[in-house]
Design a protein around this ligand. Structure first.
Ligand code: NAP
Ligand code: GCO
Length: 255
């Protein structure tokens, strides 16, 4: 393992990591040497995911965190403190999608999407950064953006607003925490084959649109995001701050 990409001795917390991209990030960082704290809202999914990684010989702790609930986040970090588990790397991955025209959208549905993506990213990062600064340990934040951090499509307004906000929150984190040797960056995945997009993948017209909209002419695979996650978690990115790296097959590069 090249020392620029070696995560040995570091502990990474990934939110929403019982399945999907979050689980891929966790497995990828574990393969680069990191100890892993998996977190999710569903205890059963979390236990299954924790066991999967432990069976591969990785050092894994599982903790239930609903990123929409501030008290759960605070309690979780207190629990980790009590277990002497110090978080060096945070991937703010937890997320949901809600597809509906704005004129029909209810406030509760808007609020839930924004609470999980944008506010959840803020709350988890605040608790982690407090401790990184107090320990003078430095740290890494990888927030999860989206093509919708840059461009919109109809019916996903709360998600788009939240993902645009996460892009700017990432820059705010860089602005305030860079002096403490903390780097905050983001990954912007294109259209990836995960459960979140199951309905879209099955829709022939949408599938064709995705394939025609990026130079790679295909959907992305979860494993194609791992290298960027390791890079942004490792010493190789120590002078990169406030950036979004789009892993999108070239989607945003072309008309
Ligand atoms: P996914 O397959 O739906 O998985 C989302 C994960 O987040 C699940 O484990 C889910 O838990 C968890 N979660 C949901 N609400 C939560 C909450 N309140 N607190 C904690 N965990 C919560 O989604 P995905 O495709 O892997 O997406 C992961 C992230 O990547 C999201 O932020 C998404 O916006 C972003 N992203 C995805 C794509 C893509 O094409 N897939 C592209 C760009 C960005 P449960 O298992 O209990 O539901
Ligand atoms: C949608 C999708 C997208 C992708 C992703 C693209 O309904 O358009 O869910 O939001 O998941 O965010 O980058």
């Amino acid at each position: 393992m090249h020392k620029l990409f070696d995560l040995t001795g570091k502990t990474a917390l990934i939110t929403g990591s019982a399945r999907g991209l979050g689980f891929s990030y966790a497995e990828g960082l574990a393969s680069a040497g990191a100890n892993i704290v998996l977190s999710d809202i569903n205890q059963q999914n979390l236990d299954e995911a924790t066991n999967k990684l432990r069976n591969k010989g990785y050092q894994v702790t599982g903790i239930v965190i609903d990123v929409a609930k501030e008290k759960q986040i605070i309690d979780a970090f207190d629990q980790l403190d009590n277990q002497n588990i110090h978080i060096d790397i945070v991937i703010n991955n937890a997320g949901i999608q809600h597809r509906q025209a704005m004129v029909e959208l209810e406030l509760k549905d808007w609020q839930r999407v924004v609470d999980i993506h944008l506010t959840g990213t803020f709350l988890v990062s605040r608790e982690a950064a407090k401790r990184m600064i107090a320990r003078n340990s430095g740290g890494k934040f990888i927030n999860i953006c989206s093509l919708t951090s840059e461009q919109a499509r109809p019916t996903v307004a709360p998600y788009t607003a939240a993902k645009g906000g996460i892009k700017m929150l990432t820059k705010s984190m860089a602005a305030e925490w860079g002096q403490f040797n903390i780097q905050a960056n983001a990954i912007g995945p294109g259209y990836i084959l995960t459960d979140m997009n199951e309905a879209l993948i099955k829709d022939q017209a949408f599938d064709t649109w995705v394939k025609n909209s990026n130079p790679a002419k295909r959907w992305g695979k979860t494993e194609e995001l791992i290298g960027t996650a390791i890079f942004l978690s490792a010493p190789s990115s120590n002078y990169i701050n406030g950036q979004v790296i789009y892993v999108d097959g070239g989607w945003l590069a072309v008309l």
